[in-house]
Design a protein around this ligand. Structure first.
Ligand code: GCU
Length: 433
């Protein structure tokens, strides 16, 4: 039985840091949440090293079997199955500038067709690499939230073409990108610093693949390849938009691997928030990603779903029903029955380096749940001969811990910042150099 005081604490917790996140996500106020650590009820996680038939996985040789099983479980119950037979087509370079960023960068704009036919869905990939490089460079790849034109103040990067989210601070109110939004996300993408450290950076707007609203699929990738187009009816196991965005990331990786100036074996995938969830699922599905970074990925990302703190499965499925598959909604009121939990998603990156990060004020994402996602995944890293996170306790703020699984909790709010990037660059130096 849940006590009365427990319920009260849950409800008063609502008034805290959650207000902003919940308001932004337009969540119905009738759905309970908790932000009091002492009120987290006990939970038990599915064992990452036990096969569905009950057999224990005790050697590295057995891991691929469990890994395949987990990928299927996440497809069937969470993110949805990507249809087979989707095209993997090379893109074309639209523009190369050898004098970008005051001569520090070679910048290319590349269009990658995600569908067939004369009017394919196009992913615009913006690629920077250090102009001084003498050998193929390792590169960070990440989707951005508001269009390639927002990651840089450069005026010759075209505005995002399709639907964009409204951002009142840059005057985007009718879902059309404008000049006022140029460069508004540049702080999250310290391009000059990344290049100075010897890495390239590639980014694309996630909305190129599919607009981020319920029904956005009709004009997006999922609608374009559905047999009935916009009249298509999705089955419970079919893909949601996180899976669609993750597919686009793999096509971007195909493209980067074709460039002799880029080291295709050293592509570090990074995503923030919903795009951190996407990065984890892309990295889990596609073992060619050499390193994966999930910045404040929260519920549906690195945070344990069974831990009742911050956003819950019911909340995320109510606010963002299009992100996951239909079957995931079956677990809204019975999360203990979900055959997987998010530590198993993190474990699918093993033995490749994985970095999970949180922010102290980002309680909606459940920093401790994100850390524990990495900690419980560390069991698999150890089986595969790597060191994961050092222990079950959340480390002090602004300190990076862990070996092949890295983690930090930054002071401040939900964001991708230069401080986070400094930790990521050091982690990448350790693993990709
Ligand atoms: C909302 C959502 C989160 C998500 C975040 C984001 O807050 O509830 O799950 O991570 O948006 O992507 O910004």
């Amino acid at each position: 039985m849940i006590s009365r005081s427990f319920c009260l604490r849950i409800w008063t917790g609502w008034l805290g840091c959650f207000c902003l996140g919940a308001w932004a996500a337009q969540i119905p106020r009738t759905v309970p949440i908790n932000d009091v650590e002492e009120s987290v009820p006990p939970y038990s996680l599915p064992e990452v090293l036990t096969l569905r038939n009950g057999q224990r996985v005790t050697s590295a040789q057995q891991w691929p079997q469990r890994r395949a099983e987990l990928v299927h479980l996440f497809e069937d119950h969470v993110y949805g199955r990507i249809p087979s037979g989707l095209p993997r087509q090379p893109g074309w370079v639209v523009e190369t500038r050898r004098d970008a960023l005051g001569g520090k960068a070679i910048r290319q704009r590349i269009q990658i067709p995600l569908t067939r036919g004369p009017h394919p869905i196009l992913l615009d990939l913006l690629v920077y690499r250090p102009s001084q490089a003498t050998k193929p460079v390792p590169i960070f790849l990440g989707l951005n939230f508001d269009g390639n034109h927002t990651v840089t103040p450069e005026t010759d990067v075209p505005l995002a073409r399709g639907w964009v989210a409204n951002r009142p601070r840059s005057g985007v109110t009718n879902h059309v990108a404008n000049e006022a939004s140029r460069g508004t996300d540049a702080e999250a993408w310290p391009i000059a610093r990344i290049l100075e450290r010897g890495y390239g950076l590639a980014t694309a707007y996630y909305g190129d693949a599919e607009a981020d609203f319920d029904g956005g699929w009709k004009q997006g990738l999922r609608g374009a390849v559905a047999p009935q187009g916009a009249d298509h009816h999705f089955e419970p196991g079919d893909w949601g938009s996180i899976a669609a965005w993750s597919w686009a990331l793999s096509r971007a990786l195909d493209q980067l691997s074709l460039d002799p100036a880029i080291d295709g074996q050293k592509v570090a995938l990074l995503g923030h928030s919903r795009l951190g969830k996407t990065a984890l699922w892309a990295g889990a599905r596609d073992p060619r990603f050499a390193l994966v970074i999930a910045n404040e990925s929260g519920e549906g990302g690195a945070a344990l779903a069974r831990r009742f703190f911050g956003e819950t499965t019911l909340r995320i499925n109510t606010s963002f029903p299009h992100w996951f598959n239909g079957r995931f909604k079956d677990y809204n009121h019975r999360i203990a029955d979900l055959p997987v939990d998010q530590h198993e998603l993190a474990a699918l990156i093993a033995p490749r380096p994985l970095y999970i990060a949180s922010a102290e004020q980002d309680r909606w994402a459940d920093p401790k749940g994100e850390y524990l996602g990495g900690w419980h995944a560390s069991e698999v890293y150890r089986l595969l001969g790597k060191e994961g996170l050092p222990g079950p306790d959340l480390p002090a703020v602004n300190r990076s811990v862990g070996e092949s699984v890295g983690y930090h909790i930054r002071s401040g709010p939900h964001a991708l910042t230069e401080v986070d990037w400094e930790f990521y660059l050091k982690f990448a130096d350790r693993h990709l150099r």
